[in-house]
Design a protein around this ligand. Structure first.
Ligand SMILES: [Zn+2]
Ligand SMILES: [Zn+2]
Length: 246
């Protein structure tokens, strides 16, 4: 299995998961054109996409999903709740709805939705030994229980708590970001990897905030807290990044 991060940050998210001849996008939160170009630079083609899995209805996760689905005749996969909340932004697309509590298959490949905690209906996904968990204000029991079984993860490391508290955002926004329905901090992400990431070969730290985090601050938090041997990488907010194999 090969993982490519097409985009990761509060300004857009899209992750390509390839297993044999199956190519799936988890989220498509950049314009259709931008995702095509970024895939091209990684030697990939948007024509090969077999499905787009949606984590939730926020634009940084679905802004290009409708366009790509229509352009390439690709189905969108979303839970009933996520699809109904995303419908307006997605436009006219073919959607395959699933029950968030059940695993399902796409072309024979097992997909497991994982509960996350956000201010709209949301989930993460496990495909094979890879998991993607972003936009979660707290580490849910399901994420915690799943992590030890994984070989690779893309985990949200959204903000530094002090940067949020001392930053320019209005109080209500700060409270939301730091709440259980907001986003995961560097501290939470690093602590989770230290506690539960014993079998991970790699960890991609993503969905960084543009105002309340920097890649250097993430690295520092990770290196301070995570004593396990693990390949880790901080996802760029501006560029697509490499390929990881499981
Ligand atoms: Zn997001
Ligand atoms: Zn979100």
């Amino acid at each position: 299995m090969e993982i490519s991060v097409i985009a990761s940050g509060s300004n857009g998210n899209c992750c390509l998961v390839e297993e044999k001849d199956i190519s799936l996008l988890i989220d498509a939160g950049k314009s259709g054109r931008e995702i095509e170009q970024r895939m091209q630079r990684l030697g990939k083609s948007a024509e090969d996409i077999d499905g787009i899995l949606i984590t939730h209805s926020h634009s940084d996760h679905i802004s290009g999903a409708g366009v790509l689905a229509r352009r390439y005749g690709v189905p969108i996969y979303a839970s009933k709740e996520i699809y109904s909340e995303s419908r307006f932004k997605l436009g006219d697309v073919e959607a395959r709805e699933f029950d968030v509590k059940r695993n399902f298959k796409i072309k024979g490949l097992d997909v497991k939705p994982i509960a996350t905690s956000h201010n709209v209906s949301s989930c993460g996904y496990v495909i094979g030994n890879f998991g993607l968990f972003t936009d979660t204000g707290k580490v849910t029991k399901q994420v915690e229980d799943t992590l030890p079984k994984l070989k690779g993860v893309l985990l949200e490391s959204n903000h530094d708590i002090d940067m949020v508290l001392n930053g320019p955002y209005p109080v209500f926004l700060k409270q939301w970001i730091l709440s259980d329905k907001g986003h995961l901090s560097n501290l939470h992400a690093s602590s989770l990897l230290q506690a539960k990431g014993k079998n991970l070969n790699f960890a991609l730290l993503g969905h960084l905030s543009g105002n309340n985090n920097t890649p250097e601050v993430v690295k520092e938090a990770f290196e301070t807290l995570v004593k396990r041997k693990m390949d880790f990488s901080v996802c760029s907010r501006d560029n697509e990044s490499g390929k990881w194999e499981i």
